[in-house]
Design a protein around this ligand. Structure first.
Ligand code: TXA
Ligand code: MG
Length: 356
């Protein structure tokens, strides 16, 4: 474990350090240090065509990385930064190709975490993908980083992440869909009509963004194709990689009946146990509330979406460590309660279920 001074020293001398943010832990290096950036790709076993997010602590730092912002981008940044929102912006030439994977754009965010902001003020902009091995769930506390990179890995410990899900990733320049790469055939362009495109849902929701313009989720049909017309070129390369999945099989717990299938090799993550107990009492012949209360490895978030977000990846990791075969997750899509986290959580759980 490192103190902030040691973390600064290590980063300045070209090292890689795991750092806390409000979303998930990141694997950080100086944005200008090619060798350290290559080390991140090596450590994570991350494909080199998957670009990194740059973290900044001020608009001045942002201006070192990105070309001037549009009015829309500026108002969105003023509203949501520091916070769990990443913007894809036109990059300055001096940004290393290794950071952007050769794209003309760069992803940037300002984290809402005082220790991380303090660090960034001292070091300048840092690249930081999530501090997990590619294909494992993002780390939401230092123990998760240690699981993936070993007990003596240098970590700046900022406690458990308050959100627990990766940032929302957006672009406010729909023309990016047709200008991000060379070799794109003209007739395969399908630029979006919306002001804001969400590439990855996160804690900043579609509804919150819609106060600033029309919003749409990125869909695979918007992907461009290379000049041969066959290989889709995704504007957010990370979309094509498998993410978030534990080894255990993840399933929605959509009906109370399914609790009968839960065995001692399962772990159950509930948004609200009381709701399920009420459901159970209403359906004769199903599991009793007493049975449910005593059942197996049950994690109950007592109706708190924030708690649910904080515990999702932890539950996936516990399942792997304890060799559980199944993770049953209460079907939040059926919940009448609303939350700005609902879309992001549904997205991550669906990815874990489908293994994509
Ligand atoms: O909350 C977060 O965003 C965390 C913390 C550490 O800040 N970081 C994170 O980074 O989740 P990572 O690398 O795991 O995910 C970054 C995503 C990837 O899907 C990547 O493809 C996409 O952002 N991305 C990065 N640069 C991009 C660019 N220039 N254009 C499109 N997508 C980009
Ligand atoms: Mg990641």
């Amino acid at each position: 474990m490192l103190g902030i001074k040691e973390a600064v020293e290590r980063l300045r001398s070209g090292g890689v350090v795991a750092i806390p943010t409000e979303t998930v832990y990141g694997l950080a290096a100086e944005v200008t240090n090619l060798q350290a950036i290559q080390e991140i790709f090596f450590l994570k076993r991350r494909p080199s065509d998957n670009p990194l997010i740059v973290h900044v602590s001020s608009l001045k730092q942002l201006s070192e990385i990105s070309k001037p912002l549009t009015e829309l981008e500026l108002s969105i940044i003023n509203k949501f930064w520091p916070g769990p929102l990443t913007l894809i912006l036109p990059r300055k030439k001096k940004v290393l190709d290794a950071v952007t994977a050769g794209l003309e754009t760069v992803a940037v965010r300002m984290p809402l975490h005082s220790l991380c902001l303090d660090l960034l003020q001292r070091t300048g902009p840092l690249v930081a993908p999530s501090a997990n091995l590619s294909g494992t769930p993002s780390p939401t506390k230092k123990e998760h980083v240690q699981n993936d990179f070993g007990p003596s890995f240098p970590i700046l410990d900022g406690g458990a992440c308050s959100i627990g899900l990766e940032s929302t990733v957006i672009s406010c320049r729909t023309s990016h869909l047709s200008t991000t790469r060379k070799n794109v055939s003209a007739n395969s362009k399908t630029p979006s009509q919306s002001d804001i495109i969400i590439y990855r849902p996160g804690a900043i929701s579609e509804k919150q963004l819609s106060e600033f313009g029309t919003v749409e989720y990125y869909s695979a049909s918007q992907a461009e194709h290379d000049s041969a017309g066959s290989i889709p070129i995704l504007p957010s390369p990370g979309l094509k990689y498998r993410h978030y999945a534990p080894k255990a099989r993840v399933e929605w717990l959509s009906s109370i009946d399914r609790l009968r299938e839960v065995t001692e090799t399962s772990i159950v993550l509930l948004l609200d146990k009381t709701q399920l107990v009420d459901q159970a009492q209403a359906v004769e012949g199903t599991i009793s509330s007493q049975e449910l209360a005593q059942s197996f490895n049950l994690v109950d978030c007592e109706g708190s979406w924030e708690r649910f977000g904080q515990l999702l990846y932890d539950t996936f990791r516990v399942a792997d460590i304890e060799n559980y075969t199944h993770v049953f997750v209460q079907d939040i899509r059926l919940s009448t309660a609303t939350s700005s986290l609902k879309d992001a959580l549904t997205n991550r759980i669906e990815k874990a279920i489908s293994g994509q």
